[in-house]
Design a protein around this ligand. Structure first.
Ligand code: GLN
Length: 447
């Protein structure tokens, strides 16, 4: 613990932590130490873990990196935190992220941007940017992020780490601040596949507090790690041929396709003609859900409250105007618009239909293939400030990660070494629903 506290201190300039839990981490460490001496410790005994600042931990502040929740103390723990603690992990602090997890660069945080440890002038990706940097700079052993449309995988990719988005319904969302509830999933960011497997094993599985969690039994992921078989892999042709794809990422992926073939996997190019519909469908559906989820922040129930309002309506308006940042407001407006009477059929309902088509298309592909391969992001980490002027540029960068978010499939970002300037490159594999065991075993053999 002292080592990680020192690492955090040495890397303060990266702004990865919104708060370090000095006191509760020490207390937990003492408890775990005793258990280890008695031989009664849990599966994660001594693992030092950071959590994204949108995951509730009883009696600790949780803000979603928003002024709206600045100083808000959670009255209960999320299921994921409960499960970490039950297995004797030590939670070291809460990590910076985009405001309400809306963003792909960690620049929308009320608490400021996070620097990539490779070069602090570059973004770490987002929205779980603090989580990725904390693991990258060894400020904790592993971190939890949340992934709605890529927020675990893309920052992991930008920071050279492993990011796993489990199947929708694998891990409980209870106590995780909602962005878009039919997409949100908690996922680990780690530097090894072993750690990802161990964490998933502890976090996954049914929960009385979240009815969307599957009751399927949880495999022993760590025990399956060495059981990887030869896979049939579909490469989504349009993603590799995409003009937006950085040439160095493309070259690294093509090289790794050759290596996969040499290892005896069957790799084939398949066409995926729905690529252009992914980002529009994702942003219509997620902003719709967000506008509804964020209606609870009204200045009365939670968080920031304006003190000068003369009427209830004014209280709502001023509290929300002051509490939310620009990106969050943009999405609430967009989501309210696509749900409004008269536009609902044209946007929201249409996007739901597109989501169904995407899901069906992937199900058909998975009848013939075990895994789907694509890039994670079109570019490596970019400069802080570069993409913030134009929200559409930022949204379009989600093109490859939102596919499994729309379909609910599990997906992993794996590091592919660095480019010539030392920036991490990455590759994405998508698996069948609830086949994280296969995905992790394959990843283990791949790295
Ligand atoms: N960049 C995407 C968005 O802004 C993904 C965010 C996320 O997964 N939380 O919606």
């Amino acid at each position: 613990l002292a080592y990680y506290f020192k690492q955090i201190k040495n890397n303060e300039h990266l702004n990865a932590f919104n708060e370090v839990f000095f006191y509760s981490a020490e207390v937990q460490a003492d408890v775990v130490q005793k258990k280890i001496e008695e031989g009664t410790q849990g599966k994660l005994a001594g693992m030092i873990i950071g959590i994204k600042d949108n995951i509730c931990y009883k009696d600790h502040i949780v803000t979603a990196s928003s002024k709206m929740l600045d100083g808000f103390v959670s009255p209960y723990s999320s299921t994921v935190v409960q499960r970490l603690l039950q297995e004797d992990a030590i939670i070291i602090g809460r990590l910076n992220c985009d405001e309400f997890a809306m963003g792909g660069s960690n620049e929308t945080s009320y608490f400021g941007a996070v620097g990539n440890a490779v070069n602090p002038e570059l973004v770490p990706g987002g929205s779980s940017g603090g989580s990725a940097v904390a693991v990258q700079a060894d400020m904790c052993l592993a971190a939890l992020g949340t992934d709605t449309g890529g927020s675990v995988r893309q920052p992991a990719a930008f920071c050279g780490q492993i990011g796993l988005k489990p199947t929708y319904g694998r891990i409980s969302r209870y106590g995780v601040i909602a962005y878009a509830s039919s997409f949100d999933q908690v996922g680990p960011i780690t530097s090894s596949v072993e750690d990802a497997a161990l964490l998933l094993q502890v976090l996954a599985g049914a929960d009385d507090h979240d009815s969307t969690v599957s009751s399927l039994s949880v495999p022993d992921y760590p025990a399956h790690l060495n059981s990887s078989k030869k896979q049939k892999i579909a490469v989504l042709k349009e993603t590799i041929d995409s003009e937006a794809l950085d040439p160095e990422i493309k070259a690294a992926i093509l090289k790794s396709i050759e290596e996969l073939k040499a290892k005896g996997h069957a790799v084939e190019y398949v066409s995926f003609d729905l690529l252009d519909y992914l980002v529009p469908a994702y942003y219509i559906l997620t902003t719709a859900e967000a506008s509804s989820n964020l209606s609870r922040y009204d200045g009365v129930h939670y968080g920031h409250r304006n003190t000068e309002a003369k009427s209830l309506n004014e209280l709502y308006k001023l509290s929300r105007a002051e509490g939310f940042g620009d990106e969050v407001k943009r999405r609430i407006l967009l989501g309210t618009f696509v749900l409004s009477a008269g536009y609902y059929d044209a946007y929201y309902q249409k996007a739901q239909q597109v989501r169904r088509l995407i899901r069906e298309k992937l199900d058909v592909l998975f009848e013939d293939y075990d895994l789907i391969l694509s890039p994670v992001a079109p570019t490596p980490a970019f400069k802080i400030g570069d993409n913030m002027q134009d929200p559409l540029v930022m949204y379009m960068a989600d093109i490859f990660t939102v596919l499994p978010s729309l379909s609910g499939n599990p997906a992993i970002a794996l590091p592919l070494g660095n480019n010539e300037s030392g920036l991490p490159l990455s590759i994405q594999f998508i698996a069948k629903h609830f086949e994280e065991d296969q995905l992790l075993a394959f990843s283990h053999a791949f790295l």
